[in-house]
Ligand binder design. Sequence first.
Ligand SMILES: Nc1ncnc2c1ncn2[C@@H]1O[C@H](COP(=O)(O)OP(=O)(O)OP(=O)(O)O)[C@@H](O)[C@H]1O
Length: 578
Amino acid sequence: MKQLKDIAKKQKKDTYSLSFTAFVIGAMTVTQALLIVSIVMLIFLEEKPFSDVISQLAALLVVFIVRGIFSYIHGKIGIGMASKAKKQFRESLLTHYSHNPIQTSIKGQSGKRVTLVTDVVDEIDPYFSKYYPQRILSSIAALILLAAVFWQNWLSGLIMLVTAPLIPIFMIIIGKKTEKKALQQLDNLTALAGKFLDSLQGLITLKLFGKGREEAAAIKQSSVDYRTATMDVLKFAFLSSLVLELISMLGIALIALEVGLRLVVYQNISFFAAFFVLAIAPEFYKTLKDVGSAFHAGKGSIAAAKKIVEELAESDQTITWGNERLSQIAGPPSIGLNNLSFTYGEDHFSLQGIQATFEPYSQIAIVGASGSGKTSLLHLIAGMYAPSTGEVLINKQSLFTYDEGEWFDKLIYISQDPYIFSGTIKDNILIACPGKNISEEALNYAIEKAGLTELIDQLEDGANTVIGEGGRGLSGGEKQRIALARAFLKRPSIILFDEPTVGLDLYTESILQQSIQELAQNATIITVAHRLHTIKQADCILYLEKGTLIGKGTHEELMENTEDYLTMLKEQQGGMAG
Ligand SMILES: Nc1ncnc2c1ncn2[C@@H]1O[C@H](COP(=O)(O)OP(=O)(O)OP(=O)(O)O)[C@@H](O)[C@H]1O
């Protein structure tokens, strides 16, 4: 609630505009009642001709129009505030997610995140578009109406004063329950989104394992839970409307009784005052009732804001980069790993005290059994994770003292399964050099070097063929070659390469080896290596076991002095280690 209140308070101009429009609406409501009462009195009690009330009727029309226009403006301001607040929440979430992209993306939960950024942020809307403007309107207009009633008949004013607080008291009681239910509903919605996306992404695996029906049942259960939670929220909404309606009817009935008795039995009130009070009372209770309904919708927004704030508070390992320049340094820098340690969390896998130095233009291979921490080490060198202790040194200076953009300009990371974005082949290659003007020749050179020419020539739209989501699919080898084309276009001075473990086609294998050799002429290459060929030709091999660096040196050196290395190679390569 505080979060939303603060955002609303910051939009000062809008709050003042809302107060002004509320004042005009309140004043117009009183004027409208005065005009209606005087027209009725002139026509029915004083039996004046129609021509005598034309000016009042014209004034009434103007009041209707002014009230309508100001109500419209009031609503519009609320909608504007809602859109600003939603933009702010979306920006905070996107900044949060993009601050440390790797850390965020490895945790999965994409479905939950997409729902938070889209549907949950949309739930913020009613607070600003309904509740906040209505609260201002109701408090200002209700005061004006109350003052008008006190002016004509203090007793009716007193009844209003006593019955009116019942509405906010009831709102608070039911609001507490609603918020809990709304939170539950959002939990179920994010769970449903996560489950659905998960099943969609793993559809083929599920089908192959014959788990389609089971998964469909799980999704059904998830959607039933969401429906139940939604019905719970609606139950409270209906209950709330019913009680608000009852309170306002009770208030109006009491006033009607009091005015009727004084007019007919005691005859101590004028017809004008009685009629005026009866015209104002429904408007007074309506404005309070409206804030009650808007309050209910606003509670959903509070629950949504809580969910977003929780997400924003969840601490990712945020990395702060410095502003030392790297772009002036020609060629690859030296890379040092100084007592580097990292953990995914308490009781999780950790890398411990890695010590190594890589000279410029060297070829480094990281080897070890599956799960020994090779990819994690590569991520640490890339600056995607922050080490728990120790540091990565670039030209003897901590990596994080450098400018982030300049560091990522210098390196390329070729993962085992390069990500293909929805777009053309050309777009997918050009992402290697964002914002740069790349000539056709340079692009064609990269395509040729990556062995993509033949594939592109076969396609009707050539490099403009749409791939990725919504487009043509690509094989694992073709994806690898797209990643290589990115590298040729970028010409990085550091290449981090997670060698594919799955067997690639022979063509891609040979292209991969040739390309890496060519790229290596101008770069330092650090490879998570699985192929004996890569391992053998490395200048330095880091051999990892359960997150610890067990051996370091050339293939021959490790063969000689690290027994586990030999055993691992024999197991991996089927006895061809020598
Ligand atoms: N986000 C994570 N949270 C917790 N543990 C993780 C996370 N990512 C990886 N791990 C664990 O860290 C360990 C090292 O993983 P890593 O991917 O670095 O190994 P690897 O040597 O590259 O394995 P492979 O050769 O099979 O790819 C594994 O036990 C893995 O389960």
